[in-house]
Design a protein around this ligand. Sequence first.
Ligand code: HEC
Ligand code: HEC
Length: 233
Amino acid sequence: MNKLLTTLFALAVASVTSLALAQASAPAKPAAAAAPEAAGAKTLEAKTAMCVGCHGIIGYQSSFPEVYKVPKIAGQSAQYIAAALGEYKKGERKHPTMRAVATALSDQDVKDIAAYFQSLGQDANAKLPEKADKQPNDQVAPLLTKAACVSCHGNNFATPIAGYPKIAGQHADYLFVALKSYKMDSNPTMGRSNPVMGAVAKQFSNAELKELASYVSSLETDLKTVPEHRFRR
Ligand code: HEC
Ligand code: HEC
């Protein structure tokens, strides 16, 4: 085999391996889907192929640091997606797999990927209610007031301050893990260090965070898990 072929072959094997790791229970995909077409000229399809292996499978679960559903990212704002990826890169968010994923992305990759997921599966005519479509129960209402969640995440929890996350309709188990992670800001292997959400989360017991997560998750959302890769033919 000549040198170019050997290199291409090695790339194909590497991407198949990482895909296989990423989606142990997913249906097999053709190896070519993830192989870069040529060095330096990665297509958007190649850049996002790996993400789909986890974020594009309905009900896909992560097992670190506990079992929970991988977050919905389709419909999240590009600005927040880019910020979150930057935090994994810098180690402010310590989830090991996402750190490895984010570290491999260039600034241009992050920009392209963030724009792609912001519009993925979105219906331009869809309208979310301006206020949360469900009233919180008597346990949850005072918790929401105590930390003024709506002042940053929006009255419907889906129209946050620019660059902040939409949280309405996100998986409850993920929201709970995310909220707890802000309490662990100095653990070297787990957690998230974010001064704003750290100050919020530390006001609550884990039982209260679970109640908050469950309420917020029950609200109407435009966040989605989009199972089919848009590029798939
Ligand atoms: C092996 C599975 C896996 C792969 C592959 C993967 N992710 Fe993730 N992703 C996760 C998990 C699990 C989390 C939650 C981590 C945490 O708790 O912080 C996450 C979190 C995220 C978040 C933060 C979401 C939020 O609401 O804060 C973004 C953004 C993200 N991933 C984007 C991507 C992109 C873009 C790719 C592809 C380049 C990708 N991920 C590949 C599993 C994966
Ligand atoms: C002062 C503004 C502010 C307030 C008040 C606030 N948040 Fe946040 N929230 C943020 C920001 C900014 C982030 C993104 C932090 C990061 O980059 O990790 C965030 C992140 C989150 C996340 C993680 C989302 C994800 O996709 O990973 C959850 C869950 C969350 N907030 C829930 C709440 C709840 C529930 C309350 C009220 C109890 C609340 N927040 C109050 C600003 C705020």
